[in-house]
Write a protein that binds this ligand. Structure first.
Ligand code: LAQ
Length: 417
């Protein structure tokens, strides 16, 4: 009953977006883009009027939607036009701006299942999306940026629309039944504008979510941001009346009915003029410069090449009989092979050789000149390292020659790349 009323209100306000409020600050000039598209009419609200809109992206392509968010962030002025965008995607994994995809996602699984890996502009951790996951973006001027305020709105919509009780924790996750995460948050805050976006798990494929984010111990040393895994639940598993459509209507309605704070009203809340729900078609025609933003997001240089520098290492215990017999070594000797990856490309490969292993007597770290320098660090590189880790003592015992041992270990790491 409450839902059908909401739907009626939402539907009556629904129309195709015909104009967007353009940012007139120096920032839009700085982008150098021609924003004077005939199709995007400069519909600034009349003096003193503030409008509110719920944009519904018509794309389900992650990089198109991330490009649309970025376009709006760069080009629009949200001082008098409050905008919340709802959107969803075909299966994809979205990593934070400063993350390492090799640490956060099961990249071979993504390739096998044709799940896109995307890097977003906001910070934070890695999440899985599919059509059963709703994304919401709240755009605001910097001074009105307030994650808690937005999440409280989502929380109210969950309760009012479906009777679902939830809690917002101090990481700004939304939690139900004391421990299950249904929403993760991230944000981008610029000089003039900010956006806060969050996910909502409605009926996503949980098995794929788990497999796509499955982590293995890779022995990677890095300063990249690490995600915070949590147990998750789909809202539809709590109440089968929750669908993505019903939820987006409930949240959209809650957004439109919530009086927002004007910047110049000394804190007095005002009822704003509602523009209602608006379909947004993210194409170059409507958003000049969008295709370029999208191509950048889709590129290998962005998704993989922006990975903060990291080093992958593997250790091989050296069988005692391969070490010089006359010497007594205090601890187990290990041969360590390390690979440094910079901007997604293999930079340096080093061998750390324990004393007594090579005939010349050399020990310590040696940089190895290989055909690998400058090559992309790939799934194959990672598998090679993983296979190498499986090398057991027994496998190398058969080798009677020390140099062969080094060669074999080295081969396992690099020759399949
Ligand atoms: N879709 C989705 N929603 C909620 N929680 C998820 C989801 N997918 C995975 N997870 C769980 O969250 C952790 C990561 O939590 P962590 O807190 O590290 O990261 C986040 O929450 C980031 C949220 C980004 C939101 C953006 C909004 C639009 S584009 S993406 C992961 O290991 C899983 O346990």
């Amino acid at each position: 009953m409450a839902q059908s009323l909401m739907r009626k209100i939402a539907m009556s306000n629904m129309f195709v977006v015909v104009g967007l409020t353009r940012r007139t600050s120096s920032r839009s000039l700085a982008t150098g883009k021609n924003l004077a598209s005939k199709k995007i009419r400069n519909e600034l609200p009349p003096e003193g009027e503030v409008t509110k809109s719920v944009f519904m992206s018509q794309s389900t392509d992650i990089n198109t939607n991330l490009a649309l968010e970025d376009w709006m962030y760069r080009n629009m002025d949200f001082s008098n036009h409050h905008v919340m965008m709802v959107w969803r995607n075909e299966p994809c994994v979205v990593i934070g701006r400063h993350q390492n995809p090799w640490l956060e996602a099961n990249v071979p699984f993504l390739a096998e299942k044709e799940i896109t890996l995307a890097r977003r502009n906001s910070g934070g951790g890695t999440v899985y999306h599919d059509r059963g996951n709703l994304n919401i973006t709240f755009f605001t001027p910097r001074e009105r940026y307030d994650r808690k305020y937005n999440l409280e709105l989502v929380k109210r919509a969950l309760y009012r629309g479906f009777g679902i009780k939830s809690v917002i924790n101090d990481r700004h996750d939304i939690i139900v039944q004391d421990k299950y995460k249904i929403s993760g948050t991230a944000a981008k805050l610029g000089r003039l504008t900010g956006y806060h976006h969050c996910t909502l798990l409605v009926n996503a494929n949980k098995a794929d979510l788990t497999k796509a984010l499955a982590k293995r111990e890779h022995g990677i040393q890095t300063t990249a941001t690490a995600s915070t895994p949590s147990p998750v639940v789909n809202l539809a598993d709590m109440d089968n009346k929750v669908t993505v459509e019903a939820l987006q209507t409930a949240i959209g309605y809650e957004y439109l009915r919530t009086p927002a704070l004007r910047l110049d009203d000394g804190g007095e809340r005002q009822i704003l003029k509602q523009r209602g729900f608006q379909f947004v078609n993210p194409t170059e025609d409507w958003f000049p410069g969008l295709s370029e933003l999208k191509s950048e997001l889709e590129s290998w240089d962005w998704a993989f090449g922006r990975t903060p520098e990291f080093t992958v290492s593997r250790s091989f215990p050296v069988p005692a009989e391969l070490l010089a017999p006359s010497k007594v070594y205090s601890a187990t000797q290990e041969l360590v092979i390390s690979m440094t990856v910079e901007k997604g490309l293999i930079d340096d490969v080093t061998l750390n050789i324990p004393p007594g292993l090579v005939e010349s007597g050399f020990h310590g770290e040696a940089s190895v000149i290989t055909h690998l320098k400058g090559k992309r660090f790939t799934s194959e590189a990672l598998s090679a390292l993983e296979d190498a880790m499986l090398t057991r003592h027994g496998d190398v015992k058969k080798l009677d020659d020390k140099e062969q041992f080094v060669a074999k270990c080295f081969d396992q790491v690099v020759n399949t790349i």
